[in-house]
Ligand binder design. Structure first.
Ligand code: SF4
Length: 713
C-alpha cells in the first residue's frame, strides 16, 4: 500500500472532481482537497468526501458467488469464470451470437468500456451491447452530431462560464447533482452576467437564478421555439453569422414562427413577459451559452428538444465563438468516454460509426480481425433489456443496476429473471446482482488505475491509491479470464496502460482522437482535452491530410496541446457549417387524462448517486437522504388530504410506488417529483415510461401521466 497522497478523481459524476487519497494507519483512506484541479478547485460534495466508505463497506463483495439450488454461495474465481464461459458458450451454440447480450455502464473507465466493446464484438461476436449512458445524455449527443457534426459534452472548459454574459440552464439541478460546479455560476453573476434556469421545480439551483422559467414537464421544446420566435420578431437574429457559419436557417425559422408566444404560454405555462425577459437577458450581452441536462434530454422528443435550444444559439450567433456556445452537462463519471470507445450499440472506438466501412477497417486492423467479422449495430439500452429472455438469452452486465435505474423497472426486473443465464460484475450485491447466476466482485476506483473523460471532454487519469482487498479482481482481469476461456488468448491485456495504448491507436484519426494522450502526460497535466492527435514523426508534414485551419493539426512536430475549445473556426461538418434542424413541438408520449391526471417527473438528490448501489452503502449519505419521497404542491396535497410525511401512492400505467409526501410550493400543482435512487416500494422507475426518442432511443424518464392517492395506513 502506498503511504503518500495520491492525486486522483472522484468515482461518481461527470465533473470528476480532483481529490487526494491518503491511506490511514487504521486501513481506511482519507480524502483531502486538491485545489490545483480547475474543475472543483478543492471543493467536493458529500458523495465525493465519503466515497472511500464504499471501499471498506461491510457489504463489499470479496468472493465470487454462484447460484446453487436457488441461492448465491461463495465460489472460487475459476469456478465462477468457468460458469460464465459455459453459460455464454451454450447460448451462442444454441441460439447464435446475438443471443448473448452485454450491458455496460457510464461509470466504467475508458479502458474498461473499450475492452467490453471489443469483448462483445470479437469474443462473443454479438451486436447486442449497449450501456446505461444511453439513459443519460444520448439525446444531446444525437442533437450535437446533427448540428455540429461532433458530440462532446461541453465544447469549452467550465472556467469559461463566469466570463460569459448569460447562461440558460435547461433541466439541470446542479445544486444537487454537481454542487462544486455552482461556483462557476455564482462567479458569472458576480461578474455581472445572468443565469436563467428552466425547470418545472423551483430547485436549489433555480433559487440562485436571475430568472426562473417553470414549464410543464415535456414542453421545453415549445419553450425554446417560443424564444426563437421572439428573437426573430424582435430583430435579434445575427444575420451575418447565420449567413457565414450555418445552413438550414429558413426551415428552422419557419418552424419557430409557427410558435407564437401566446401559444407557447398556453403549452408551457411560462408567461409571455417571462419569455420576453429571457430573450432580452440572453441576447443583450456579447456572449451567452445554453447548457442542457437530463430535463430536456430524457424525453421521447429529446433530440428535437435539444435541437431547438441549439437553434436558439445558432440564430443569435452563440456557438463556435469565444465564451459562447451550446453544451450538455453529462451525468455519469465517464458517460462521455463510455460512449466514445465502443460500448454503445452503434459505435466503435474513437467515436467512429460501426456502419462506416473505413472505421470498421481501421478498428479491425488494430484488433487483428477481419472487418467483415465485426457485427453491425445492436439494440439500444432499453430495447436490449426488453429483449432479455426472448431474443437475448444470456447477459453479461458490468457497472450497472437496471433493476433500479431502467424505466418500467418492474418489467425489466421480470425480463432479467427470465434469462437463461445472467452474470454481473459489481462491488456490492446490487438489486440486479442479486438476480444473477454468477456475481463477480470487482475492484473500485481507488484500487485500480484508469482514465475517464469528464463533461468538458477532458481526459483524466485516476491512479490506483490503495491495494484492493484479497478476493477481488479488476474488470479487465475478468474480461481477460473470460476471453481466454472462450478461445481468444490474446488481445485482452489486464494492464490499463496497455489497454490505453491500444485505445490510442484505435481512436487515431477518429472524431474522438486520443492518440496524442499518454499516461505519463496525464500524470503531469490536469487532463488533456480531446481531440488530441499524436504529433507527427520527424519529417512528416502534419498539414498534408488536414485543412490548414484545422485546430487539431497545426502543431507539427510538437505534442498536440489538446483542444479545450471546439468549433471556433469551423464546425465538424463536411462544409464546416453548423446545421439548423427544423423542429416542432409535440406532446409527451403520455399526457395526463381523467384516469392519470398528473405529470410525474424524476431526478436526483444531492446525497445519493444514480441507482444508489454505492451511495446507499454510506451511513452519512443515508442519514442525509434515507429514502424516496413524493414532492407535491400544497393544493394537490390538500385535495388528497395528505400532510407532510404521510405516505402517498403514485400510480402509472406501469405500476405503483409509495413514498412519504414532501409538500412544497416550489413545484407546479399539475406535477409531482420523485427521486429515483431507491429500489422497492418507493422505486420511481416502476412508474416511468420507456417511450423512446426516435433518434437517440432515450427513454422518457422526465414526463409520464400518473394519479396520486392517499394511502390508508
Ligand atoms: Fe464527486 Fe460529482 Fe460530488 Fe464532484 S460533484 S465530488 S465528482 S459526486
Amino acid at each position: 500500500m502506498q503511504n503518500s497522497a495520491t492525486p486522483t478523481h472522484c468515482p461518481y459524476c461527470a465533473l470528476q472532481c480532483g481529490m487526494n487519497l491518503t491511506p490511514a494507519p487504521d486501513g481506511t483512506v482519507e480524502v483531502s482537497e486538491r485545489a490545483d484541479f480547475p474543475v472543483n478547485r478543492g471543493a467536493l460534495c458529500g458523495k465525493g468526501r465519503t466515497a472511500p466508505a464504499v471501499l471498506s463497506s461491510r457489504v463489499r463483495l470479496t468472493s465470487p458467488l454462484v447460484r446453487s439450488e436457488g441461492t448465491l454461495v461463495p465460489a472460487s474465481w475459476d469456478e465462477a469464470l468457468d460458469r460464465i464461459a459455459e453459460g455464454l458458450s451454450r447460448t451462442r451454440a444454441e441460439h447464435g451470437p446475438d443471443a448473448c447480450g452485454v450491458f455496460g455502464g457510464g461509470g466504467l473507465t475508458n479502458e474498461k468500456a473499450y475492452t467490453l466493446g471489443k469483448f462483445a464484438r470479437v469474443v462473443l461476436g454479438t451486436s447486442q451491447i449497449d450501456y446505461n449512458g444511453r439513459f443519460c445524455m444520448s439525446s444531446a449527443a444525437a442533437a450535437g452530431m446533427k448540428a455540429f457534426g461532433l458530440d462532446r459534452g461541453l465544447p469549452f472548459p467550465l472556467e469559461d462560464i463566469p466570463k460569459t454574459g448569460c447562461v440558460i440552464l435547461v433541466g439541470s439541478n446542479l445544486a444537487e447533482t454537481m454542487p462544486p460546479s455552482l461556483r462557476f455560476f455564482s462567479e458569472l453573476r458576480e461578474n455581472g452576467g445572468t443565469l436563467i434556469v428552466v425547470d418545472p421545480r423551483r430547485t436549489k439551483t433555480a433559487d440562485q437564478a436571475d430568472l426562473h422559467l417553470a414549464p410543464r414537464p415535456g414542453t421545453d421544446l415549445a419553450l425554446a421555439l417560443g424564444l426563437l420566435h421572439l428573437v426573430v420578431a424582435e430583430g435579434r437574429v445575427d444575420e451575418a453569422y447565420v449567413q457565414e457559419r450555418t445552413a438550414g436557417w429558413e426551415d428552422a425559422r419557419a418552424a419557430a414562427m409557427a410558435h407564437w408566444p401566446e401559444h407557447v404560454e398556453r403549452i408551457t405555462g411560462v408567461s409571455v413577459p417571462q419569455l420576453r425577459e429571457a430573450v432580452r437577458l440572453f441576447c443583450e450581452p456579447e456572449a451567452a451559452m445554453v447548457l442542457t441536462a437530463r430535463g430536456p434530454e430524457q424525453q421521447s422528443k429529446g433530440t428535437d428538444t435539444v435541437g431547438a435550444w441549439i437553434n436558439l444559439c445558432l440564430a443569435t450567433g452563440r456557438a463556435g465563438r469565444p465564451l459562447s456556445g451550446y453544451g450538455c452537462l453529462t451525468g455519469q463519471g465517464n458517460g462521455q468516454g463510455g460512449r466514445e470507445h465502443g460500448q454503445k450499440a452503434d459505435q466503435l472506438p474513437g467515436y467512429r460509426k460501426l456502419t462506416d466501412p473505413a472505421a470498421r477497417r481501421h478498428v479491425a486492423e488494430v484488433w487483428g480481425v477481419d472487418p467483415d467479422s465485426l457485427p453491425g449495430p445492436g439494440r439500444s439500452a432499453y430495447e436490449l433489456l426488453d429483449a432479455l429472455g426472448t431474443d437475448i438469452r444470456s447477459l453479461l452486465l458490468m457497472g450497472s443496476n437496471p433493476v433500479v435505474s431502467a424505466p418500467r423497472a418492474a418489467h425489466i426486473e421480470e425480463r432479467l429473471r427470465s434469462l437463461d443465464f445472467l452474470a454481473v460484475a459489481d462491488v456490492v450485491l446490487s438489486e440486479t446482482a442479486a438476480l444473477a447466476d454468477v456475481v463477480l466482485p470487482v475492484t473500485q476506483w481507488a484500487e485500480e488505475t484508469g482514465t475517464t473523460t469528464n463533461l468538458e471532454g477532458r481526459v483524466l487519469l485516476r491512479k490506483r491509491a490503495i491495494t484492493p482487498p484479497a478476493g477481488v479482481r479488476s474488470d479487465l482481469e475478468v474480461l481477460n479470464g473470460l476471453a481466454g476461456r472462450l478461445g481468444v488468448e490474446k488481445g485482452f491485456p489486464t494492464d490499463p496502460e496497455e489497454v490505453f495504448e491500444e485505445l490510442r491507436r484505435a481512436s487515431a484519426g477518429g472524431p474522438a482522437d486520443y492518440s496524442g494522450i499518454t499516461y505519463p502526460r496525464l500524470a503531469e497535466e490536469n487532463g488533456v482535452f480531446w481531440p488530441c492527435p499524436e504529433a507527427p514523426e520527424d519529417g512528416e508534414d502534419a498539414s498534408l491530410d488536414a485543412p490548414a485551419d484545422d485546430p487539431v493539426r497545426d502543431a507539427a512536430g510538437a505534442a498536440h496541446p489538446g483542444t479545450p475549445r471546439l468549433f471556433l473556426d469551423r464546425f465538424a461538418t463536411e462544409d464546416g457549417r453548423a446545421r439548423f434542424v427544423a423542429v416542432s413541438h409535440r406532446a409527451a408520449a403520455e399526457e395526463p387524462d381523467d384516469e392519470y391526471p398528473v405529470l410525474l417527473t424524476t431526478g436526483r438528490v444531492v446525497a445519493q448517486y444514480q441507482s444508489g448501489a454505492q451511495t446507499r452503502r454510506v451511513d452519512e449519505l443515508n442519514a442525509a437522504a434515507p429514502g424516496p419521497f413524493v414532492e407535491l404542491h400544497p393544493r394537490l396535497a390538500e385535495r388528497l388530504g395528505a400532510a407532510e410525511g404521510d405516505p402517498v401512492a403514485v400510480v402509472s400505467r406501469r405500476g405503483r410506488a409509495v413514498a412519504p409526501a414532501r409538500i412544497t410550493s416550489g413545484i407546479r400543482p399539475d406535477t409531482v417529483f420523485m427521486p429515483f435512487h431507491w429500489p422497492g416500494e418507493g422505486r420511481a422507475n416502476t412508474l416511468t415510461n420507456p417511450a423512446l426518442d426516435p433518434t437517440s432511443r432515450m427513454p422518457e424518464f422526465k414526463a409520464c401521466a400518473v394519479r396520486v392517492e392517499a394511502v390508508q395506513e
